[in-house]
Design a protein around this ligand. Structure first.
Ligand code: MTE
Length: 314
């Protein structure tokens, strides 16, 4: 995600390399190589992996692709408030306090309010959704989120007819988020969606993953998940949701407007100015796979952009 490459940031962070091979790849590779492993107990601890999300009955929004391990999902990600390396969020988010938490909802809505998180969640039924997630840097994962449709919350607060966009803001707490003491990005982190994108049933507010509460590094206690867009749209640790008439500013677009647009729909046909978006490396796999338009969710969302030039509105 880096624009200006500060000292100490390796170029391997920009073209990410696979940092470890997971168990399924290891077994496949080992048996191809004729090693003939018969039991996982022969595997080194790091390769045995954590619990896998069970395969089984799937909901209408779930992908049936294999889910990444809890360890992969929670130790390799971006959360610049805790540093710019992929391991920093897990390493430096321990002091962050996601409880108690309040969320301010205002702007063009009839029921503006400050909710504590428990009250915000009370009327909503949490569900698990297995989504493909694609980072703009070229890696992807499959994550079992726990959350609820943002549309349900939007209906509850009743936007006025002037509301056309939804703007989100992350908490600003430099004492708990050491990355906010650097100027690598402007703080607080902000993001936005068009109202119809926010209302799409795929868009969720998440409070957990792998059936557990969200770890700090993944955006505790409340974060956005929009699976057809690049991962940076998934703003973490949200404290404000504002309904507005005009397209709101977004952190990465402010930082590098030529590289990161407002829409940021996953699009293999529109390259990032510094790298191709045609393929991606699924964390845990050795070979690259083809990136799909709208990250494979075109049937559900392509209509939102009918008639728009997606090269211009990238
Ligand atoms: N939200 C905040 N507040 N700060 C960030 O740096 N990084 C984004 C997004 N949300 C980020 C953020 C990026 S670039 C990605 S790829 C996802 O979080 C990655 O986190 P995840 O793997 O937990 O989804």
């Amino acid at each position: 995600m880096l624009i200006k490459k500060p000292d100490g940031v390796k170029s391997s962070e920009i073209t990410p390399e696979r940092h470890y091979i997971n168990r399924r790849e290891f077994i496949r590779t080992a048996s191809l190589a004729g090693i003939g492993l018969t039991t996982a107990s022969f595997l080194p601890e790091a390769l045995v992996g954590q619990d896998r999300w069970p395969r089984g009955k799937k909901g209408p929004y779930d992908t049936d692709e294999e889910v990444n391990s809890f360890k992969e999902i929670t130790t390799y990600n971006n959360f610049y408030e805790f540093g710019t390396d992929k391991g920093d969020p897990a390493e430096y988010s321990g002091r962050f306090k996601p409880k108690p938490w309040t969320v301010r909802i205002d702007g063009e809505v009839k029921r503006a309010a400050t909710f504590n998180l428990e009250d915000l969640l009370k009327p909503h039924k949490l569900e698990d959704r297995i989504y493909r997630m694609r980072c703009v840097e070229g890696w992807s994962m499959v994550i079992p989120w726990r959350g609820f449709p943002l549309a349900d919350l939007i209906k509850r607060v009743e936007p006025t007819s002037r509301a056309k966009f939804v703007a989100f803001e992350t908490v600003y707490r430099p004492e708990e988020m050491p990355g906010q003491k650097s100027d690598v990005l402007g703080w607080p982190y902000v993001e936005g969606l068009r109202l119809d994108e926010a209302l799409n049933p795929l868009t969720i507010l998440s409070v957990g993953l792998y059936g557990k509460e969200l770890p700090n590094q993944n955006g505790a206690p409340l974060r956005l998940v929009v699976p057809w867009k690049y991962g940076f749209k998934g703003i973490k640790s949200i404290v404000k949701i504002r309904f507005v008439e005009k397209q709101p500013p977004t952190t990465w677009n402010l930082s590098a407007p030529d590289e990161y647009g407002f829409y940021s729909n996953v699009n293999p046909d529109v390259d990032h100015p510094r790298w191709s978006q045609k393929s991606e490396r699924r964390i845990g796999e050795f070979f690259k796979r083809k990136t799909l338009p709208f990250n494979g969710y075109a049937d559900q969302v392509a209509h939102l952009y009918a008639g728009m030039d997606l090269r211009k509105y990238f």
